[in-house]
Design a protein around this ligand. Sequence first.
Ligand code: C2E
Ligand code: SIN
Ligand code: SIN
Ligand code: FE
Length: 363
Amino acid sequence: MTAQKQIDLLMSFAKVVSRIEDLDALLNTMAEYAKELVDADRCSIFLYDAKEDELWTTVAQETDMPIRIPADSGVAGYAALSKEIQIVVDAYNDFRFNPEVDQSTGYTTRTILTVPLLGHNDEVLGVFQALNKQNGLFTREDAEILLLISNYASQSIENALLSEKLNETQTQIILKLSSAAEFKDNDTSLHTKRVGLYSRLIAEKLGFSKKEADLLELTAPMHDAGKIGIADAIIHKPGKLSETEFNEMKRHAEIGYKLLYDEDNELLRTAAIIARDHHEKVDGSGYPQGLIGDEISLFGRIVAIADVFDALTTERPYKEPWSIKEAIKYLQDHRASHFDSSLVDIFVEDISEIKQIYNNFHD
Ligand code: C2E
Ligand code: SIN
Ligand code: SIN
Ligand code: FE
């Protein structure tokens, strides 16, 4: 599977799981995505039943009834006991394998990838299992992907056990996956964090509620998610971009919007609008739409300031970092052409707050 296909699937996974409110349905969906992502024939999720010391299948694709096995048996049991990934290349010639499950389902297991589901205190919640890789054998990379999904599954199970509170987990899933742009743009992980913090600073000075400020801080870091759709050669070009290359680069705003937009999810909807609007300029000379003044969303106008300020004060493959003073002067010089002037004034009001973010989150 190509990296692009994988990122698309992970994004689609994030969107889908964010809508599901019921744990069973959520785990089933995770199993469906896991199956595609690691190219398995089936996936199952076993939960640990401490009282009976058994593992039982809460998800078993193509099988109707739950299957119960002693917690120390089979590959599943090995993963649970050792808390380690188990990769099996030939089940019927592997001492870890327990053929009982096959006997009750009539299935023939050949290859297995099993990862433990661990709670936040490292206790075993269950195991996530992929069976029969479509072509060849399960790889380390498959294990990484299954682990990623398993981490979300574990969090979801724990939260459901604790309080039925799935929402928070889902926010985390979306956040992690939508920083997919960072796969490409390695230098930007702290960049995205700082853009969130600078944006929040402006929001707080504007008197946003905590909820609104949180929303902005969480979504501003996704402003460049669309860069995953731009060629590496352009993203990493050490010098100035040609006009054609820059035109290509500009597509990241619209791509990010399409990638993130989800009508039913406030977080993703907000992130999408920011991705679309963060390169608009108040005089109408920005992109992608050439919007003027407050035709540009307020979140977009805020993130524009945070993003440019951070881009200027940090090193880029094409430029040296500017000093904070120079960057502030730049914002002020463009306070009515590029930026929303009142937001610039608010932002630069107290340089010590800016410096604090700059110093605390510097690469
Ligand atoms: P970025 O590097 O994060 O920059 C974000 C925005 O900060 C830029 O949006 C621009 O408004 C501002 N900015 C960054 N560096 C400078 C600078 O040296 N001088 C001035 N005046 N402004 C600066 P813009 O221009 O729409 O660019 C979007 C993205 O396109 C940039 O994100 C970067 O990834 C890429 N890019 C832009 N110009 C070049 C270039 O000459 N070479 C390369 N390799 N990439 C570029
Ligand atoms: C096992 O964990 O050993 C059984 C795997 C299966 O076929 O489901
Ligand atoms: C980044 O380098 O990740 C941010 C650049 C942009 O706003 O396009
Ligand atoms: Fe951008």
